[in-house]
Design a protein around this ligand. Structure first.
Ligand code: T4K
Length: 401
C-alpha cells in the first residue's frame, strides 16, 4: 500500500504518514473464512432469498440481542422506513428532524407524506421536543425521531407528546444498533424502530436492516408487506413490496454479529484516542457519549466553533481531503435545503435555527477497524497543524464551493 505523505499543501513538512486514504464509512468485516464457508453453504442449499435459514437465524439472534419481540429483516433501512410508514398508516404530515440523512425524509415524501421539519436540541443533536407542539396540525399523524450518531432521542418526552396528540411515534434507529436508552436496548421504543445494516454502518450486512417492534399485530402487517402482502401461498392480504433481505446479506450479518464486541471495543479505543489528541485544540469539540449507556461509538463528530477556531469547518474539511483524509460534512446542508424539500417547503427554514447552525460546524472523521491509533494521531496532527498555522493555511486554500 502506498504511503500518503502530508505534503500536498507543502505546509506540514511531509512528516506525517498513514497507510492509505482514510475514509469515513469504511466497512467492518468479521471472519472472512466463515463468510466464504457460509456463502458456499447458501449455494449448496440453493436457497438464496425469501426467508431462508440464514435470515431466520439472524432474525432470532437480533431479537435476543435487542430483547425485542419481533424483528423483521429488510433489504435496507430506507425501504424499511417506507414499509413502516405504510404499516402505521401515516398520512398527511409527519414530524421529523432535518438534521438526518436524507433517507429519513425521502421515505415519507416517496409515499406522499409531508415531512414537517422540526429543530433539534444542539446538545443532543436530536429532535427538540419543546419545538414539536407548534408544528402539530390537524394533518399530523406521526413523529419520526432519529437517534442521530446512536445517541437516543428524547424518547420519553416524544412518547408523552405522541400520547397527548394521539400520534404514532416511531424511530429511525439507523445509527443506533447496539445502543441503549436508560438501560434498555434501542429497538423496543415507540411503535417500531428501523435499523440500517448498510456497509457504512459499524455493523453491516453489505446492505440491509431490520424493523423491530413489540406489537404483534404491527409485526404481522410489516412482515407481510415486506413480501408483496402475502400471508401464506396465493393469499395476498394487503399492498406490499419486495423488501426482503437476501441470504448472503444475512450470512454477513451473522459473522459480523460474532465480531460485534470487537468492533465496539475498537471504536471506543479510537474515540478515546481522538479525544486525547484533540483535547487542547481551541475551538474544537468532540461529541460525547453517555458511558452509563451502551454505545457503538461509531461516530467521531467534531464541532468546529467558527467564533473560536481560526479555520472554518469547511476549510478543515478541505485540508483533510487534500491530505487524503476523507472526512464528511454529515449532515450538510440539512434535508430542508435539499431537493425536493427546498422547493416544496421553502418556509421550513424559519423553524430551523439550531439545525442551520449545526450543519455548518459538524465534521465526521474516520472510525472503525480500518483505522488504527497511528492513523488517528496523524489525522489529529493535520488538524492541529492546520489550526496552529491557520492564517497561512487559509491563504493557500481555494475557497470552498
Ligand atoms: N437513516 C439514517 C439516519 C441514515 O444515516 C441512513 C443511511 C438511512 C436512514 C438509510 O439507511 P440505508 O437505506 O442506507 O440502509 C452513506 C450510506 O450510503 C447511507 O447508508 C448512510 N445512512 C449515510 C450516512 O452514508 P453516502 O451518500 O454518504 O455514501 P458514500 O457512497 O458517499 O460513502 C460514504 C463513505 O463510505 C465514503 O467515504 C466511502 C465509504 N465506503 C462506502 C461504501 C458503500 C466504503 O469505504 N466502502 C463501502 O462499501 O451515504
Amino acid at each position: 500500500m502506498n504511503k500518503t505523505k502530508i505534503n500536498d499543501l507543502a505546509i506540514f513538512g511531509g512528516d506525517i504518514s498513514f497507510q492509505e486514504s482514510l475514509h469515513v464509512g469504511r466497512p467492518n468485516i468479521g471472519n472472512r473464512d466463515q463468510l466464504i464457508s457460509s456463502i458456499n453453504k447458501i449455494l449448496d442449499n440453493r436457497w438464496l432469498t425469501n426467508n431462508g435459514p440464514f435470515v431466520q437465524e439472524l432474525e432470532q439472534r437480533i431479537r435476543e440481542f435487542l430483547h425485542v419481540k419481533h424483528c423483521i429483516p429488510v433489504c435496507n433501512a430506507t425501504i424499511g422506513l417506507e414499509i413502516l410508514a405504510r404499516a402505521l398508516e401515516w398520512q398527511g404530515e409527519v414530524i421529523v428532524p432535518s438534521f438526518t440523512f436524507v433517507a429519513t425524509a425521502h421515505a415519507l415524501q416517496w409515499l406522499g407524506i409531508k415531512p414537517v421539519f422540526c429543530d433539534i436540541d444542539p446538545q443532543t443533536q436530536n429532535l427538540d421536543p419543546t419545538c414539536i407542539e407548534e408544528l402539530i396540525t390537524s394533518q399530523t399523524t406521526g413523529i419520526l425521531g432519529v437517534h442521530v450518531w446512536g445517541r437516543p432521542s428524547a424518547i420519553k418526552e416524544l412518547q408523552q407528546l405522541a400520547n397527548k396528540y394521539k400520534l404514532k411515534l416511531a424511530f429511525d434507529a439507523a445509527h443506533a444498533f447496539g445502543c441503549s436508552f436508560q438501560g434498555s436496548m434501542i429497538g423496543c421504543f415507540g411503535e417500531a424502530e428501523v435499523f440500517s445494516f448498510h456497509a457504512t454502518k459499524f455493523y453491516n450486512s453489505f446492505e440491509g436492516g431490520v424493523i423491530t417492534t413489540n406489537n404483534d399485530e404491527l409485526a404481522a402487517k410489516i412482515r407481510s408487506m415486506t413480501n408483496f402482502g402475502f400471508q401464506g401461498y396465493d393469499n395476498v392480504v394487503s399492498l406490499g413490496s419486495n423488501a426482503k433481505m437476501m441470504e448472503v446479506a444475512a450470512a454477513m450479518g451473522l459473522i459480523n454479529l460474532d465480531s460485534l464486541d470487537q468492533f465496539i471495543e475498537t471504536n471506543l479505543h479510537n474515540y478515546n484516542t481522538y479525544r486525547e489528541e484533540l483535547a487542547d485544540i481551541r475551538g474544537l469539540q468532540l461529541i460525547s457519549y453517555d458511558y452509563q449507556e451502551k454505545n457503538n461509538y461509531q461516530y467521531i463528530i467534531l464541532e468546529i466553533d467558527s467564533e473560536k477556531s481560526i479555520l472554518t469547518r469547511d476549510q478543515i474539511n478541505d485540508i483533510l481531503h487534500a491530505e487524503s483524509v476523507l472526512s464528511r460534512r454529515y449532515f450538510f446542508p440539512g434535508c430542508h435545503l435539499m431537493e425536493p424539500y427546498r422547493t416544496l417547503y421553502p418556509d421550513s427554514n424559519i423553524h430551523l435555527n439550531q439545525t442551520n447552525k449545526l450543519t455548518t460546524i459538524v465534521l465526521s472523521l474516520p472510525n472503525g477497524t480500518a483505522v488504527n491509533a497511528a492513523d488517528i494521531r496523524a489525522i489529529c496532527q493535520i488538524i492541529r497543524l492546520a489550526i496552529t498555522n491557520g492564517d497561512e493555511v487559509a491563504r493557500r486554500l481555494i475557497p470552498h464551493k
